[in-house]
Design a protein around this ligand. Structure first.
Ligand code: DAH
Length: 339
């Protein structure tokens, strides 16, 4: 008799739990079957002590497992309601969410993305490139042989146990690697990190950003170089700027130049920023050296091109009026949150 009763109670409880519409109802069901004072299963368990031993042996385990099963069903249902978020005290799923703070871009990234849009619109492909490169791509392919004094200008991080690898000291390191993979006409920019073993101060940092650009095609001339630089600067600064070329030495360009632009602060009249000259040194550039085109495997004399190296970090400093380069890498939120 009790056995059937227990079976019946279990079924009944299961059905009621199944259709319960909220935590309140589940609570009531729990009381009805498991309530300490007069829950139906509890009453049977309490009655065990008055039963004959054989009956006790049969009914005891059954009542116990019914209790465990009902407890489990109730717990599952409660969790289900909690997950639905419908019945938790003080929680209303229809309330609008609370505000969280969102991150934002690093100043270098802001300038980098701006430049990428400009260069894309001028038909340049953007290629990220590698930070760890071979000595060959960083130096030799760029006409800087092992004992060349030009290596002294770029204090290099070499890799222990891998003499042939260096952290790239300039984004120019990607020139030949990219040329090897592509046939001209080529229009490419490579923005990214560069590394030098510098003693750091307000204008020197071991990690900084450059943007290398180069064009290779038939009949590219210095006039193309000057025009392109002017257009780029016009886009960056949103106004016409005058440029001038001075000779500059870089082993991978011939002729090599320092491209200055008229000082944007004083409009070329002379101020402390341009040290009274009216000009600011901005972009090293030049016509790609025939040896570099040779390293790339291009047929001798077929193509010419120009290359330039924009100091992305420097540009960001100018744009945002930042006077200490170390701030970029410090990770100080008081600085970063200003952008
Ligand atoms: N890679 C040079 C540096 O970091 C900058 C540079 C100079 C890049 C002349 C060029 C260039 O493409 O033509 O010092």
């Amino acid at each position: 008799m009790d056995k059937e009763k227990i079976r019946g109670l279990l079924k009944e409880a299961e059905a009621k739990i199944g259709i319960a519409k909220g935590l309140n109802e589940v609570e009531k069901i729990k009381k009805e079957y498991l309530g300490r004072k007069d829950g139906q299963i509890s009453l049977i368990l309490r009655g065990l002590k008055d039963m004959k031993p054989e009956q006790k042996k049969e009914v005891g385990p059954m009542a116990n497992s019914a209790k465990i099963e009902i407890e489990k069903m109730i717990k599952d249902k409660e969790e289900w309601f909690l997950l639905q978020g419908q019945e938790v005290a003080g929680f209303d799923i229809t309330l609008p969410g609370s505000k969280t703070t969102t991150g934002h871009m690093h100043p270098i990234e802001i300038v980098r993305q701006e430049l990428e849009v400009i260069f894309n619109s001028m038909g340049f492909d953007v290629i990220e490139g590698d930070n760890l490169v071979s000595d060959y791509y960083n130096f030799e392919s760029l006409n800087i042989p092992p004992d060349h004094p030009a290596r002294d200008m770029q204090d290099t991080f070499f890799i222990k146990g891998h003499k042939e690898l260096v952290m790239r000291t300039h984004t120019s390191a990607m020139q030949v690697k990219i040329m090897e993979e592509r046939e001209p006409p080529l229009r490419v920019v490579v923005p990214g990190r560069c590394f030098r073993n510098e003693a750091t101060d307000a204008s020197h940092e071991h990690t900084f950003h450059q943007l290398e650009g180069f064009i290779v095609d038939k009949n590219i001339s210095i006039s193309n170089l000057i025009y392109t630089q002017k257009m780029i600067l016009k886009e960056i600064f949103k106004k016409d700027v005058k440029v001038r070329l001075r000779p500059g030495y870089f082993p991978f360009v011939e002729p090599g130049f320092e491209l200055d632009c008229s000082c944007l602060i004083c409009d070329g009249k002379g101020c402390p920023v341009c040290k009274g000259s009216g000009w600011v040194e901005l972009i090293p550039c030049g016509m790609i050296h025939p040896k570099v085109l040779e390293s790339a495997g291009y047929p001798k004399g077929k193509y010419t091109g120009f290359a330039f190296g924009l100091g992305l970090t420097r540009l960001a400093m100018m744009k945002f009026g930042i006077d200490d380069i170390r701030l970029f890498m410090d990770g100080d939120l008081r600085f970063l949150k200003q952008f």
